[in-house]
Design a protein around this ligand. Structure first.
Ligand code: HEC
Length: 302
């Protein structure tokens, strides 16, 4: 008797378990179906499973809003914020109600099971500049220089401003990959300047005014500036120095029939090393022979 009752009870339990299982699967399947419909009617205009369209893909969404994050999913859909500046703000979906939104969430998770995003997530990938090759020369707005100034970008940390209007190097500045922008940032820009020439006259034998600028030619990315005053022809090549924040100016002077004292006065904590002549209190004395070809290495002191 007892064992028969036991068997009946066992079967009943089993039946109940099955029933519960099938009913719950049924409910779940039904919820998914409803979720899918709700999604198609209310979200699919802007969201796709695998790719970014107006809004992020469902794959992307399911990563951020996993099963445990149902509450944040409801928070967002009821009251969306603004994250990606490249797209519109999502309209609120609060009119659907939380039970419906929960079904959409279930559907989103289900639809993205083992699905990988295919198309590029263009809306979410920040624009990357192509890696610049150093050194290079560029016309660029630079404060305290004329519009004719040319930037000699030696590397991602240090650049020079060579001003064609005064036919002279003006200053060296810290680039750190960011160029000066806008007059509004003048005081900020001033802090970036690490070295500045202050002599009123660089070449003693020719007045800056008399110098005729003849342009520059490029070799290995760095410029050789060419200028002339009367019979005197000067070329100045600028190349990377031995340290990140250092540069070498290689000069040739043709047509001078004397030596010269070159004024290297400057602002900035630097070390100046000429390869020829005598340097004393920023005055570089060169004989006629030395003047014909010499170089100056300027290195920022850390
Ligand atoms: C009119 C277009 C549009 C509709 C319709 C729309 N969305 Fe969005 N959704 C967006 C946009 C655009 C974003 C990205 C917003 C941003 O980054 O500022 C977004 C982002 C999301 C995010 C991600 C938020 C985050 O934290 O990154 C979720 C989740 C989301 N939507 C869910 C839904 C659901 C669910 C529906 C439908 C019930 C829906 N969206 C309907 C446009 C839409």
């Amino acid at each position: 008797m007892i064992s028969e009752l036991n068997i009946v009870l066992k079967n009943l339990l089993l039946a109940l378990t099955y029933a519960y299982f099938f009913i719950s699967v049924g409910i779940f399947a039904n919820e998914l179906k409803q979720g899918e419909k709700l999604y198609n009617d209310n979200c699919a205009a802007c969201h796709r499973v695998k790719s970014f369209t107006v809004g992020p893909s469902l794959v992307e969404i399911s990563k951020k809003y996993s099963k445990e994050k149902e509450k944040s999913f409801l928070n967002w859909t009821n009251n969306p914020g603004k994250i990606n500046p490249k797209t519109i703000q999502m309209p609120a979906m609060s009119h659907l109600g939380d039970p419906a939104l929960k079904m959409v969430h279930k559907y989103v998770l289900h639809a993205t099971k083992s699905v990988k995003e295919t198309k590029s997530r263009h809306g979410f990938t920040p624009f990357k500049r192509p890696e610049p090759k150093y050194p290079y020369v560029k016309r660029s707005y630079m404060p305290f220089a004329s519009p004719a100034a040319i930037a000699v970008v030696l590397n991602d940390q240090f650049s020079l401003s060579w001003d064609a209007s005064i036919k002279r190097l003006r200053y060296g500045f810290s680039t750190a990959n960011v160029f000066f922008s806008g007059e509004s940032a003048l005081d900020k820009a001033e802090k970036l300047i690490l070295y500045k020439e202050t002599s009123s006259q660089f070449w003693p034998f020719i007045n800056d005014e008399q110098i005729e600028y003849q342009g520059y030619k490029l070799k290995d990315g760095t410029p050789t500036f060419m200028y002339q005053a009367g019979n005197i022809h000067i070329t100045e090549r600028i190349i990377q120095g031995p340290k990140v924040r250092s540069f070498v100016r290689q000069f040739t002077v043709k047509g001078s029939n004397s030596g010269a004292v070159i004024d290297l006065s400057h602002d900035g904590n630097v070390t100046i090393m000429p390869n020829k002549g005598v340097l004393e209190r920023n005055q570089l004395t060169l004989t006629e022979k030395e003047l014909a070809q010499f170089s100056i290495t300027v290195t920022m002191n850390d």
